[in-house]
Ligand binder design. Structure first.
Ligand code: HEM
Length: 211
C-alpha cells in the first residue's frame, strides 16, 4: 500500500501542475479545453469519470504535459536478462538500464516541433511522426506502471473540474509562468511551484458546490 501511495500521489499531482502551467502559457489551448468541457458537459454539473471518453482535447493536454515534462524523466532502473543489440549497441546481460524518457519525448526525429506544446498532435492517433513507435509515458512491459488508468482518470477529473469552475490567471500574480524544471529526487517538479489566481466562474453557482 505504501508503494502505491508514494508512486501514485506526487506523480499525478506534479503532472497536473505541469499541465496547468502549460495551459496558462497557452491561453488558446486553455480556451479550447474550457469550450470542450462546456460543450460536452454544459454548465450545470461538474465533470465525472464517464465524461472523460468524450473529452479528447482534455486528454491530449494531459498527454502533452506527460510528453514535455515527464515527472518520471528517467524510467526507474531495469536490468537486461539476456545479451541483445539495440540500434547497433551491444547490451550485455545483467547491465543496469536507465531509459531517458525526457530525451525521447523531445527527440525531433520522432516528433514534429518537439519543443512546442501542441495538444492537437494527438488528435486522431499516436502523436508521433509516422508510425515510428509507441509512447511509453508510464513505462512498458511487465514492470510498466500499474496506475496508468487511474492516473489518467484522476488527472482528467482534477484538471477538468478546475477549468470548469475557475477563471485561471497567472498574470495576476505579476510573473510569467516559469517552465524551468527542478530536481526533486526521483521525480521532476517545476523549479518554481505554480502560482495562479483562481476566480470563481459564474457557472459555479449553478453547479451547486456552495462556493
Ligand atoms: C502521472 C502519473 C504517473 C506516472 C507518470 C507514472 C510513471 C511510472 C513509471 C514511468 C513507472 C516505471 C515503469 C517501468 O519501470 O517500466 C511507474 C511504476 C509504478 N507506478 Fe506509476 N506513474 C504514475 C501514477 C501512478 C499511480 C496513480 C500509481 C498507483 C496508484 C502508480 C503506481 C506505480 C507502481 C506500483 C510502480 C512500480 C511497478 C513495478 O515496478 O512493477 N503510478 N510509474
Amino acid at each position: 500500500l505504501q508503494v502505491l501511495l508514494s508512486a501514485g500521489t506526487d506523480t499525478s499531482a506534479l503532472t497536473t501542475e505541469w499541465a496547468l502551467a502549460l495551459l496558462l502559457r497557452n491561453p488558446t489551448a486553455l480556451s479550447k479545453t474550457r469550450a470542450e468541457l462546456d460543450c460536452h458537459i454544459g454548465t450545470r454539473r461538474l465533470i465525472t469519470e464517464t465524461d472523460l471518453p468524450n473529452l479528447p482535447y482534455l486528454r491530449s493536454v494531459i498527454k502533452e504535459a506527460l510528453r514535455l515534462h515527464p515527472v518520471a524523466a528517467l524510467i526507474p532502473a531495469h536490468e537486461s536478462n539476456e545479451d541483445c543489440t539495440i540500434e547497433g549497441f551491444h547490451v550485455p546481460k545483467g547491465v543496469m538500464l536507465l531509459v531517458n524518457l525526457w530525451a525521447i519525448n523531445r527527440d525531433p526525429s520522432l516528433w514534429d516541433e518537439a519543443e512546442e506544446f501542441r495538444p492537437e498532435r494527438w488528435e486522431g492517433g499516436e502523436g508521433m511522426k509516422g508510425k515510428q513507435g509507441k509512447v511509453f509515458f508510464f513505462g512498458m512491459g511487465r514492470r510498466g506502471c500499474p496506475g496508468e488508468g487511474l492516473a489518467m482518470r484522476v488527472m482528467g477529473l482534477a484538471l477538468g473540474a478546475l477549468i470548469q469552475s475557475f477563471e485561471l490567471d497567472a498574470d495576476g500574480v505579476g510573473v510569467e509562468v516559469d517552465l524551468a524544471e527542478g530536481s526533486g529526487g526521483l521525480l521532476m517538479p517545476m523549479a518554481k511551484p505554480l502560482r495562479m489566481f483562481c476566480k470563481k466562474r459564474e457557472v459555479v453557482d449553478q453547479l451547486g458546490l456552495g462556493m
